[in-house]
Design a binder for this molecule. Structure first.
Ligand code: ZN
Length: 162
């Protein structure tokens, strides 16, 4: 069996008056994520993990932030592109483990929705997607509520059916 591990990491600034999407799910909050796109750090980390596993560069390779056409675009577009590249290379996702690091808001009530939404966007079973959230105990820029980070680790396996 051919397997490939991938890891992605993404950090964005948080600011009031911005939208807040994680894994394509809208988070109700008085602060939101600053970004050229919708700033969905979870999807960006997953995209980088897929591209990383395949040694195909990173999100900026395909969607440079200097490109005005990606302004405000849904990160689902980036995910679709990474999945298409993965399918072209005849791999499929075995499982994903995601961490979100932020001080607030509390994400516990959103974890299931994020897993469910990623499951339908990617087309894999919800049980193969793990989403965890943690804080930095008020330390650093994340602890001060100035930023949010997400990491994603995933395993790709050769898809013999494709
Ligand atoms: Zn990003």
């Amino acid at each position: 069996m051919k397997i490939k591990v991938g890891h992605g990491i993404d950090i964005h600034q948080l600011k009031s008056g911005e939208d807040f999407y994680l894994g394509g799910v809208k988070i109700e909050s008085d602060i939101g994520i600053v970004g050229h796109s919708d700033g969905d750090v979870v999807i960006h980390a997953v995209v980088d993990a897929i591209l990383g596993a395949l040694s195909k560069g990173d999100i900026g390779t395909f969607f440079p932030s200097s490109d005005p056409s990606i302004k405000g675009v849904s990160s689902k577009v980036f995910l679709r592109k990474a999945l298409d590249i993965m399918i072209d290379n005849k791999y499929k996702i075995n499982n994903i483990d995601i961490n979100v690091v932020l001080q607030k808001p509390q994400l516990s009530s959103y974890i299931y929705s994020i897993r469910k939404n990623l499951s339908s966007l990617i087309g894999i079973d919800i049980e193969t997607i793990s989403v965890k959230a943690t804080t930095t105990d008020y330390l650093g820029f994340i602890g001060k509520g100035e930023g949010i980070m997400s990491t994603a680790t995933l395993l790709l396996i050769k898809d013999h059916e494709s």
